[in-house]
Ligand binder design. Structure first.
Ligand code: ZN
Length: 438
C-alpha cells in the first residue's frame, strides 16, 4: 500500500510541479528519451513487440507500425507483459462486471472491458502502480492547489460502473463518492444534496439534468468545480452548463487506454504529455482535425505503443494563455464514425463534415433550442430540433436550414436533402451523441 501512495504522490508532483518544462523542445527531448527507454523495456518482456519491431532502429520509433485495438486483442497473450492469456483475462473481466468472486491472478492486476461503443469490446489490464500513477496525475491536473497533502475535497463522480481506477484515489483529505449512471437520477438526488460535493464529475448529459434541477429549485449543491467526462462536450451544452452552474466547466478526456487530456485553469484542453507521446494522423488535407496515435511511456502491464485511437480531435488555432508546453486542442469532437460524408450531387465530390462543425452550425443558428441532433442517413441529413415553445419550431427550422446551408457552402459543397425528424433515435444510447454518422 505504501508503494502505491508514494507512486501517487510522485505522479502528482511530476504532473503538477516537477513536470514543468521550460520549452516545447525540452518536453519533446525528454519524451523521446522516455519513449526509447520504455520501448526497450517492453521489447524485453513482450514477444509481440519483439517480433513487430525486429530489425527496426529504435531512433525511428515515430514511424514504427501502428497498432489498433483489434490487433492488440488478437495478439493479447503475447502483447501483455504480465503473462495473462485472453481466456483468463476475459474470465476476470466478467467476474469484475458481475460482482462475482474474482478468480485470483496476480496481486494488484485489474482487468476490465472497455466501453465497447465502437462495436468490439476490448479487454484492458492495469497494475496497481499504473492506477496509483493515474490517480496522482489526475489529482494534480484537475485539483491544482489542493493536492493529496492539503485537500479537503468531496468529489461526486457519476460513472457507468465503480471503476477500480477511481477506488485507488480515496484518501482522508479527498473523498470520492460514486453515483451509478444506471440508477435514475431522482433516486440519487437526495444523497447528492446530503453530500454537497465541492467537485462534480459527470457526463455532460447528466450535468445538464443537474443544472436544470438547480434552476428549478432542485438540489442545493454548489460545486466549486464542474468537470465533464465520457461524452462529447459540444459548445451548446458547455454554454448551457456554464449558465446553469454559474461557473466554467472543465473536461477530462480519457479512454480505457489512459488519461489523454485535461483542461487547464483557462478551460483549454491540454494533452497529457507527461505520460503519453501524441502523434497526429490528420483526417484530411486541411489539417484541422486528427486522430491521435499514442505511445504511453508509463504503462507497462499492457503496453500502448503507436496505438491509434478512433477519436476526432480539433487542433487549436492559437496557443493557450496559460503558457503550458503541453499541446492544446480545441475540442474532442467524437468518434471517426460520426464524421459525415456526403457526395455532392452536382460535382460527385465527397464532402467531409466534422461532428463539431455540424453541431455548432445548428446550435448557433437557433439560440432558442432546448435539444437537437443530426444524423446522416444515406445521402440525407436527418435533423431533430426541440424548442421550448412549439410555435417557434417553423421559424427555428428555417434558421437551422440557413445555418447548415452556410456550413456546406463554406466547405465548398451543397446542402443535402434535410429531413426533420420528430424524435432523436439515439436517445437511449449509453453515451450521448448529437451528431451521428452513417
Ligand atoms: Zn492552458
Amino acid at each position: 500500500m505504501s508503494i502505491q501512495i508514494s507512486t501517487t504522490l510522485r505522479a502528482w508532483w511530476k504532473a503538477g510541479y516537477g513536470g514543468r518544462f521550460s520549452s516545447r523542445e525540452s518536453l519533446e527531448d525528454w519524451q523521446d528519451r522516455q519513449v526509447k527507454r520504455h520501448i526497450r523495456w517492453v521489447m524485453a518482456r513482450s514477444a509481440y513487440y519483439r517480433e513487430l519491431y525486429a530489425g527496426l532502429s529504435i531512433e525511428n520509433w515515430r514511424n514504427f507500425p501502428v497498432v489498433t485495438r483489434r490487433e492488440m486483442m488478437t495478439h493479447f497473450d503475447a502483447q501483455n507483459t504480465v503473462g495473462l492469456t485472453f481466456e483468463q483475462a476475459k474470465k476476470i473481466a466478467i467476474a469484475a462486471e458481475t460482482g462475482d468472486h474474482l478468480p485470483h491472478y496476480r496481486e494488484g492486476i485489474c482487468v476490465g472491458f472497455s466501453t465497447g461503443t465502437s462495436g468490439e469490446r476490448g479487454i484492458f489490464v492495469t497494475s496497481a502502480k499504473e492506477r496509483a500513477m493515474w490517480g496522482g496525475t489526475i489529482i494534480a491536473k484537475m485539483l491544482p492547489g489542493f493536492g493529496p497533502l492539503i485537500g479537503g475535497e468531496t468529489i461526486a463522480l457519476f460513472l457507468r460502473s465503480n471503476n477500480a481506477l477511481y477506488e485507488q484515489l480515496g484518501s482522508r483529505r479527498i473523498r470520492f463518492h460514486f453515483f451509478n449512471l444506471v440508477t435514475p437520477l431522482e433516486k440519487q438526488v437526495e444523497r447528492l444534496n446530503r453530500l454537497n460535493p465541492t467537485v462534480l464529475v459527470a457526463p455532460p448529459s447528466v450535468l445538464e439534468q443537474l443544472a436544470l434541477r438547480m434552476e428549478t429549485g432542485g438540489p442545493g449543491i454548489r460545486p466549486k468545480k464542474v468537470i465533464s467526462v465520457a461524452e462529447v462536450l459540444d459548445t451548446f451544452t458547455r454554454d448551457k452548463l456554464e449558465r446553469g452552474f454559474a461557473r466554467s466547466v472543465h473536461q477530462i478526456y480519457q479512454a480505457t487506454e489512459g488519461l489523454l487530456a485535461t483542461t487547464c485553469s483557462h478551460g483549454t484542453l491540454h494533452l497529457n504529455e507527461n505520460c503519453i507521446a501524441f502523434q497526429r494522423e490528420y483526417l484530411d488535407n486541411t489539417h484541422t482535425h486528427f486522430a491521435p496515435v499514442i505511445t504511453d511511456f508509463t504503462r507497462t502491464s499492457q503496453p500502448i505503443l503507436r496505438y491509434r485511437l478512433d477519436d476526432v480531435l480539433r487542433c487549436a488555432t492559437k496557443p493557450c494563455p496559460c503558457g503550458s508546453p503541453m499541446t492544446a486542442v480545441a475540442a474532442v469532437e467524437g468518434r471517426e464514425r460520426d464524421i459525415l460524408k456526403f457526395t455532392d450531387p452536382g460535382t460527385g465530390v465527397k464532402q467531409t463534415l466534422y461532428p463539431g462543425d455540424v453541431a455548432d452550425a445548428i446550435a448557433s443558428a437557433a439560440p432558442n433550442l432546448l435539444d437537437y441532433g443530426a444524423t446522416q442517413q444515406g445521402e440525407e441529413l436527418h435533423v431533430y430540433l426541440e424548442t421550448g415553445d412549439v410555435s417557434d419550431i417553423e421559424s427555428t427550422k428555417h434558421k437551422v436550414m440557413a445555418g447548415l446551408d452556410a456550413l456546406f457552402s463554406q466547405k465548398g459543397g451543397t446542402l443535402p436533402l434535410v429531413r426533420w425528424i420528430s424524435d432523436w433515435p439515439y436517445r437511449n444510447d449509453i453515451k450521448r451523441r448529437r451528431v451521428v454518422g452513417c
